[in-house]
Design a protein around this ligand. Structure first.
Ligand code: COS
Length: 384
């Protein structure tokens, strides 16, 4: 543990109160306005939330993965859009640097990401390269002592607010495979970098996504993460291994919230002369939710501990992402069912969560990609 038990318990307690008192009351407003109140973002900065995972010597809290997952589960008790404000700074928007960056890159960017002075964003996906990430076509051509980027990145989370992009691009045009890809650090405002309009999404209003366009965008040679070409795909995969654990934590937190709301509703709502929670068919739905979230929480904490112990968790991270994202989808569906007509009405917030959690089965690798990774890792283990 990076923090002593008492300090970490205090942190969790502070975050729990922040979620209950500040975030939950704002859920409907943020969803309706699609805007995050700037004062709330300032409070998140003051709490250190942008630097949960960033090492202490670079200005972050330096939490272990297990601690970070516990914090994220707490955050999952509120709408996912809130976590998205600082999610990329702790995850895909900073981890490329934290894992594979040079000492100079870490010194230059991690403190600003940890404080929330800048927002980090991860640009991997393209129009024709989603699940097949290694087929990406954005190019990084060397011209004298600079790289020239050309291409369009699609559906990039937090891009509208980002100050720094981790961009995967093909630095070796003759190499169409994973080893032809490098990861670059590109600052917002660099000439040749522009943004598409924000997408209208199914859910998670308040979190913003757009395309990132590179047209003859010239960046210095030392913008390659780690200073070595050809390692960008592996950097991206390592970043995703970690990211998939924190998403799993969000799934657990969201499921806990949905169970809490569904149980409260079922114990209060009366039909046929008694609370609907007294009916065994409703109890079955509640029990299935509780059993599944217990399994999900146990597995993500186990995988996080394995990662903290230095193990490779590619398979475990994929298992967690697969199970937890599918689990919260089932829990959200049952939550609507338990709430009946009220579950379908926007006033109760349940239908909003139902839409919000749908994303978990898609981003940072679809459920089908997680299945593929799990089976591949099983075969590798068997062959050893
Ligand atoms: N950690 C470290 N290295 C990894 C790795 C990981 N988790 N996963 C793969 N690699 C390495 C492999 O070992 C291989 O290296 P060698 O050539 O030295 O052996 C290299 O990366 C290429 O890997 P692989 O051959 O497995 O690549 P594939 O093109 O077959 O695809 C999948 C791998 C499908 C797993 C990958 O494309 C993927 O995760 N797709 C989903 C992308 C995604 O999540 N997109 C969401 C966008 S971010 S919101």
């Amino acid at each position: 543990m990076a923090l002593d038990r008492e300090t970490f318990a205090q942190l969790l307690d502070t975050i729990g109160r922040f979620v209950e008192k500040r975030l939950i009351p704002l859920e409907a407003e943020v969803s309706q306005t699609d805007t995050m109140p700037p004062a709330l973002v300032d409070d998140m900065r003051a709490l250190g939330l942008f630097g949960l995972s960033i090492p202490e010597d670079h200005g972050g809290l330096g939490l272990t993965v297990e601690e970070e997952v516990q914090v994220i589960i707490e955050f999952g008790h509120a709408s996912p859009a809130f976590r998205s404000v600082f999610g990329t700074n702790n995850g895909i928007g900073s981890q490329g640097i934290a894992i594979d960056g040079t000492a100079a890159q870490k010194r230059k960017y991690l403190p600003k990401l940890a404080s929330g002075e800048i927002i980090g964003s991860f640009a991997l996906t393209e129009a024709d390269s989603g699940s097949d990430a290694a087929s990406l076509r954005t190019t990084a051509r060397m011209d004298g002592n600079v790289y020239v980027l050309n291409g369009t990145k699609r559906f990039i989370t937090n891009a509208p607010n980002a100050g720094l992009f981790t961009v995967m691009a093909r630095s070796d045009p003759d190499n169409k495979g994973a080893s032809g890809i490098s990861a670059f650090l590109v600052e917002a405002g660099t000439p040749g970098l522009s943004l598409g309009p924000p997408y209208k999404k199914m859910g998670q209003q308040g979190a913003h996504v757009c395309d990132v366009i590179f047209e003859d965008c010239r960046i210095p040679a030392d913008a390659v993460i780690g200073g070595v070409e050809g390692r960008g795909f592996k950097t991206a995969m390592k970043v995703l291994d970690r990211g998939r654990l924190t998403i799993s934590g969000m799934c657990v937190g969201n499921a806990e919230r949905l169970i809490r709301d569904s149980l409260a509703y079922a114990m209060e709502r009366k039909q046929f002369g008694k609370a609907i929670a007294e009916f065994q068919l409703v109890q079955a739905m509640l029990a299935d939710c509780e059993a599944e979230v217990y399994a999900a929480k146990s597995m993500v904490l186990d995988a996080a501990r394995r990662k903290d112990a230095g193990g490779k968790v590619t398979k475990q991270a994929a298992i967690c992402k697969y199970f937890c994202s599918e689990m919260v989808g089932r829990v959200a569906d049952r939550a609507v069912q338990i709430h009946g007509g009220a579950g379908y009405m926007a006033d109760y917030g349940i239908e909003r969560f139902y839409r919000d959690v749908r994303l978990y089965r898609l981003y940072e690798g679809t459920s089908q990609i997680q299945q593929l990774i799990i089976a591949r890792e099983m075969m590798k283990e068997a062959a050893r």
